[in-house]
Ligand binder design. Structure first.
Ligand SMILES: Nc1ncnc2c1ncn2[C@@H]1O[C@H](COP(=O)(O)OP(=O)(O)OP(=O)(O)O)[C@@H](O)[C@H]1O
Length: 463
């Protein structure tokens, strides 16, 4: 197997499988977090310092050794799968899922300078090359929208950063108005951002402009380890709303028939799903970044947030009852992405340089643990539409029971009449009493299902 062919896996039944690289088909059962490692090449500063590469990627396997050996869903770069395949193998299935109503998260994790911003493409600007996850997601979303004329789409984007435990809206230019964002709990246990700007975008170019504008406002600074170090966790969120007519009726059902009504043909289905694309700030050691003043304080807060994230990953991986989401803004915001209603890919970014061995080993250890996290993605339908669908199912079940009872009732009446004749002519005491009792019972059940039907219809009308 060539290097390019390794690890070609798409989502299936909760864990990635070898043969489904395209369309996502995860059921609404538990779905494991997919973990990919991206090994960047040695960069100039490391080469100048005479660093050596210390990571060994097992040929043809998504496996890395760095003292200890770990297996992941994918390993890109460093002799593993070619990094150009990262989007197709890991992220494309999530984009397909987004169009089926599943929330998605892709987040890049790793020490400072390990290549998170490069991998996510968060610093992308419209004039530059479309490198990284975010530009490819934008391209894929609008390509799919333009090829689907039967569905009405609305796309909105939001862009926030968590900087020193403040959530700042990167789509607001006035710095005083940037901090009006709060995390709010929503029904069902998830969270949302209250007060964050969402911009509706109608094209890939418009979305790229929003990303570029937000990236300019993002807190970055120079440290001893990265000239353009991100000093905040950035979360770019794409919300995709879809409205489409529920397609025709099942084969054999006539127009205007009970079946058609039960399936809701002619009504509008409404799906709304979100994709979070997260470029985390990198963990750092003060000794190595030589940070002082503001940079130092930022570094301390970055490490605190990442420590909280590590604790959440540990708690979920070990199946603990209490998961400390509330310990930081970052973990609160990622609550749905880790252990909740989302299909999630973690991209652990690492440097191969021996000088970074300790940090790399830490990242690899956390990444390996994250593979044990189960999420519970569900299709996000409009709740009213979902209620209607549920009532329709109940109505269909009540109707089918009703039909069965009607048939049985007809059969029993015939039997009752037939037996009466036989018994009468033979002068033998008839079994009328028993049959009449059964008949009455059936009539009672029939009336009840009629009532159920009527009440379900009423509920449907009132919804
Ligand atoms: N795969 C890659 N190929 C080539 N160069 C890369 C790659 N990944 C990262 N680099 C380079 O490494 C440097 C650090 O990358 P980047 O800024 O993406 O790191 P980071 O993890 O986002 O850092 P921080 O946490 O400090 O923001 C940059 O100069 C970037 O261009």
């Amino acid at each position: 197997m060539s290097v390019l062919e390794t690890g070609g896996r798409g989502f299936l039944n909760g864990r990635l499988t070898e043969d489904q690289p395209g369309e996502a088909s995860t059921s609404e059962a538990d779905c494991k977090v997919c973990v990919a490692v991206h090994v960047r090449p040695l960069i100039d500063t490391e080469a100048v310092e005479g660093c050596q590469s210390t990571l060994q990627v097992t040929a043809g396997q998504p496996q890395i050794s760095c003292g200890q050996s770990y297996t992941y869903d994918h390993v890109f770069g460093g002799g593993g799968t070619h990094p150009d395949l990262l989007y197709d193998r890991c992220v494309m299935p999530l984009v397909h899922g987004l169009f089926r109503g599943y929330n998605a998260t892709v987040f890049a994790y790793g020490q400072t300078g390990s290549g998170k911003t490069y991998t996510m493409g968060s610093a992308f600007n419209a004039g530059g090359p479309a490198r990284g996850v975010i530009p490819k997601v934008m391209e894929a979303i609008f390509a799919r929208i333009s090829s689907n004329k039967d569905t009405g789409f609305t796309v909105r984007v939001g862009f926030v950063e968590i900087h020193r435990e403040d959530i700042r809206d990167l789509l607001v230019l006035d710095p005083r108005a940037q901090s009006a964002v709060h995390i709010r709990e929503v029904a069902g246990g998830g969270v949302c951002l209250a007060g964050a700007t969402e911009k509706e975008v109608g094209s890939q170019a418009e979305m790229a402009d929003v990303l570029a504008q937000g990236s300019l406002l993002r807190a970055t600074g120079s440290t001893g380890m990265n000239k353009h170090s991100s000093r905040s966790h950035a979360i770019f969120t794409i919300t995709l709303e879809q409205r489409r007519e529920i397609p025709g009726v099942a084969a054999g059902a006539e127009s205007g028939s009970d079946d058609e009504e039960a399936m809701g043909a002619g009504e509008t289905e409404y799906l709304c799903a979100k994709m979070h694309l997260v470029d985390l700030a990198g963990s750092e050691r003060v000794k190595r970044t030589k940070a002082e003043g503001t940079r130092l304080k930022e570094g301390i807060d970055i490490n605190k947030g990442l420590l909280a994230l590590g604790n959440v990953i540990n708690a979920l991986a070990e199946g603990k009852a209490h998961v400390p989401y509330r310990d930081s803004r970052l973990t609160r915001m990622l609550q749905d992405s880790l252990g909740g209603n989302s299909r999630t890919v973690m991209i652990a970014c690492v440097s191969p340089a021996d000088i970074n061995l300790d940090e790399t080993a830490n990242t690899l250890r956390y990444a390996a643990r994250a593979r044990n996290i189960s999420n519970k993605p569900v299709v996000n339908r409009d709740p009213v539409v979902a209620q209607i669908a549920h009532l329709r199912q109940m109505l269909a079940a009540a109707r089918s029971e009703n039909q069965t009872l009607k048939h049985k009732l007809g059969g029993d009446v015939a039997q009752l009449e037939g037996s009466r004749g036989t018994w009468d002519s033979a002068g033998i005491p008839s079994g009328d009493d028993i049959l009449a009792e059964q008949f009455e019972e059936l009539q009672r059940r029939h009336s009840k299902t009629e009532l159920d039907n009527a009440s379900l219809r009423l509920q449907l009308v009132s919804v």
